[in-house]
Design a protein around this ligand. Structure first.
Ligand code: BG6
Length: 427
């Protein structure tokens, strides 16, 4: 089927850093000859100039047409509809790569202009609200114009190669499948640390903070993949339902167990000397599912930390202190899976030494970027790597007690030096 992909915000940061390179890669496979792109921006753009300036590569030129419009003007959407001129046997993907405040108005006008025909799919970027109430409103608003089956909510962490490997690894290997429960597992940690700060995104970050930016979506989704039942026969179509079941069993977060921090210098960066916005957030959770009762879970994320890693660490119960017990999914930057092992040190004495049993993709193997996967799955109507409205709402619900507590107090924000470690902040 022919696909027409319309990107709102073609000149923006996400588009030029992620979407256009992802499209170039997808098209280079030769499997998507039926894909064409319309790049929407405020002014008519010279696509060729944009591509060579931002990508240093004009190979996409023959596939992209620029379309200048005022995204607050209904007439312009009617013009867009005519310009797209969707034919029989064609589908339309509408990708909203726009600032958070802009998407709801665009959705409304798309709907009013009739760009919500059954052949249309709407791809939305986070944030999906700022709390449970605003998320509900947003979902209802989108639901006025688009059926849930047409809505693709992007959480690019779900589409990362190693994230998908959590399901593959759990379901594909009997060894782990059988012991994936509280009988064998002692605790679970899902941690995303970044060395970078907020990189000039002052306004966005000041209104968002680490809990909303990364923990509510990206880390909750990773957790769901660890806790959920693996779909029978590894049927990925069931993954969304199973992630939701896992999240439904997670108890509401206890604010007394949550930690928030802010790196030194953040307030100067955003020009707000009394900012309470957290650049570090950690919550301790538990699940009421029978197989996970009593297993502590830590979710933590922070900017300006000592290293860049995203990991899921699964700690197994030890039967004696000198055992190793940790399985690590390295989501990034060195994608792979590691198991700490004790082995006998070669020699005449009975000594142990630590080794790592590891699976890493060879350095020369370039993994598909999450945004390639997102676009391909949307083209192919595969929804398993997108967040459903119910998942989004449940993730907010779990964090509501922490949000309420943080909005009502100011005495618990820990200031930390740039380059601090996770342990130092949560100590
Ligand atoms: C985004 C957040 O969703 O994810 C950013 O808005 C964060 O603040 C980014 O830096 C991290 O994504 P990745 O893929 O680089 O880990």
């Amino acid at each position: 089927m022919k696909t027409k992909l319309v990107i709102f915000g073609i000149t923006g940061d996400l588009s030029t850093r992620k979407l256009l390179p992802a499209l170039a890669q997808i098209i280079s496979t030769g499997d998507f000859d039926d894909l064409s792109v319309v790049g929407v921006s405020r002014q008519d753009i010279n696509v060729n100039e944009l591509l060579s300036a931002k990508l240093g590569d004009t190979s996409l030129e023959s596939r992209i047409t620029g379309f200048g419009m005022d995204t607050t003007n209904l007439e312009d959407y009617r013009r867009l509809k005519e310009f797209i001129n969707l034919g029989d046997e064609e589908q339309l993907l509408l990708y909203l790569s726009v600032p958070p405040g802009a998407s709801s108005g665009i959705v409304e006008l798309l709907g009013q202009a009739g760009l919500n025909m059954p052949e249309a799919k709407l791809l939305l970027e986070k944030p999906f609200g700022i709390d449970v109430e605003s998320a509900k409103q947003m979902i209802n608003h989108v639901g006025t114009y688009y059926d849930e089956t047409q809505v693709y909510r992007i959480d690019h962490y779900l589409a990362k190669e190693m994230t998908q490997n959590i399901i593959a690894f759990r379901g594909g290997n009997a060894l782990f499948d059988h012991i994936w429960n509280s009988g064998a597992i002692e605790k679970i940690e899902v941690v995303a640390q970044e060395e970078i700060g907020i990189e000039g995104r002052t306004q966005f970050y000041e209104q968002t903070g680490a809990l909303r930016d990364v923990l509510q979506g990206h880390l909750m989704q990773l957790l769901a993949l660890v806790l959920m039942d693996v779909p029978r026969g590894m049927d990925w179509d069931d993954a969304t339902k199973m992630r939701l079941e896992a999240l439904n069993a997670v108890a509401l977060a206890d604010p007394s167990q949550a930690v928030r921090g802010q790196y030194a210098g953040y307030r100067d960066e955003v020009g707000n000397t009394s900012s309470q916005t957290e650049t570090f957030a950690a919550v301790h959770l538990t699940s009421n599912a029978s197989q996970w009762q009593g297993v502590p879970i830590l979710l933590a994320t922070g900017k300006a930390m000592d290293k860049k890693t995203t990991e899921v660490r699964v700690h197994f119960r030890k039967s004696h202190e000198s055992q190793t017990n940790c399985l690590i999914f390295n989501i990034q930057p060195h994608e792979g899976i590691e198991i700490e092992l004790h082995t006998k040190r070669p020699g005449y004495d009975h000594e142990l030494e630590s080794q790592t049993l590891s699976f890493m993709y060879p350095a020369e193997k370039k993994l598909p970027d999450a945004y390639e996967q997102v676009i391909v799955d949307a083209i192919r109507s595969r929804k398993s790597l997108f967040a459903s409205s119910e998942e989004v709402l449940r993730a907010w619900e779990i964090l509501t007690p922490v949000q309420e507590s943080w909005s009502s107090r100011t005495d618990d924000l820990k200031l930390y030096e740039k380059g601090s470690s996770l342990d130092a902040i949560i100590a």
